[in-house]
Design a protein around this ligand. Structure first.
Ligand SMILES: Nc1ncnc2c1ncn2[C@@H]1O[C@H](COP(=O)(O)OP(=O)(O)OP(=O)(O)O)[C@@H](O)[C@H]1O
Ligand SMILES: [Mg+2]
Length: 234
């Protein structure tokens, strides 16, 4: 594994939400490091802060205090425009409920990520290639409603990866799939990580994903309770 400095360095991260007259302490001093090319899992009970943490790393929300360095750059200091560029170009998202656009065909959903990036060269070809890489080369023209849940998640994975992001964040990517389909998606994500690289931060309770992670961060009440390290095994 290529490593010098960790690619993601989170230090003493806090996120507080004000709700009426009280404050919700969603993240309470998170520190963690993720290396380039690593595949890590974040595990924790409902409400422990997993989505909030991914949102900070993925640049769609800003912390109340603390530091997030991506490749040495302090992203919490960035202006909105710079953060937007980071989200569009450098981060690939995979969600529990796929979040595909129903009126667009599979390849068009994938192509959209390139359009947003302003990377319009060979869009269709690259979308088809990425769909082939996730095993959907024969279903590129289907609409999401004409695909199974597992197939829709494959489209969503292709959409996340087609722009060649440095960081892939996934929030319960198998949470809406049956066990066997979930296992196939877990295998696919790990294979893509090995084939194309990319740094994966995956929130999941799914044992088939957790087993593939070199390290598992356990979150509890907005804090990291422990880190399981399987790097000598995997
Ligand atoms: N926008 C918000 N306003 C107020 N409170 C929020 C907001 N977003 C999250 N929270 C609170 O922050 C805490 C952490 O929420 P978060 O969504 O990160 O949990 P989670 O670990 O992802 O849970 P789940 O497994 O159910 O998805 C919860 O107590 C939640 O109610
Ligand atoms: Mg969540």
């Amino acid at each position: 594994m290529a490593t010098k400095e960790p690619m993601v360095i989170v230090k003493n991260l806090h996120r507080e939400f004000t709700l009426g007259d009280h404050i919700v302490y969603a993240l309470r001093g998170i520190s963690m490091e993720v290396y380039e090319g690593e595949f890590v899992v974040v595990l924790g009970p409902s409400g422990s802060g997993k989505t909030t943490l991914l949102n900070q790393i993925g640049g769609i929300d800003s912390p109340t205090k603390g530091s997030i360095k991506i490749k040495g750059e302090e992203i919490t200091q960035w202006r909105a425009g710079q953060l937007g560029e980071y989200r569009r170009n450098s981060v690939g998202w995979i969600f529990q409920f796929f979040n595909l656009i129903p009126s667009l065909r599979a390849w068009e959903n994938v192509a959209l990520a390139l359009e947003f990036k302003g990377d319009r060269k060979n869009i269709k070809k690259r979308a088809f290639e990425m769909l082939t890489a996730v095993g959907l080369g024969d279903k590129t023209k289907r609409f999401p409603s004409q695909l199974s849940g597992g197939e829709q998640q494959r489209v969503a994975i292709a959409r996340a990866l087609v722009k060649n992001p440095e960081i892939i964040v996934a929030d319960e990517p198998t949470g809406n799939l049956d066990y066997n389909t979930g296992q196939k998606i877990a295998d696919l994500m790990k294979n893509l990580n090995e084939e194309f690289g990319g740094t994966y931060i995956v929130v999941s309770h799914d044992i088939s994903i957790t087993k593939k992670a070199k390290r598992v961060f356990h979150l509890q009440d907005g804090q990291i309770e422990s880190v399981e390290d399987h790097s000598s095994v995997n």
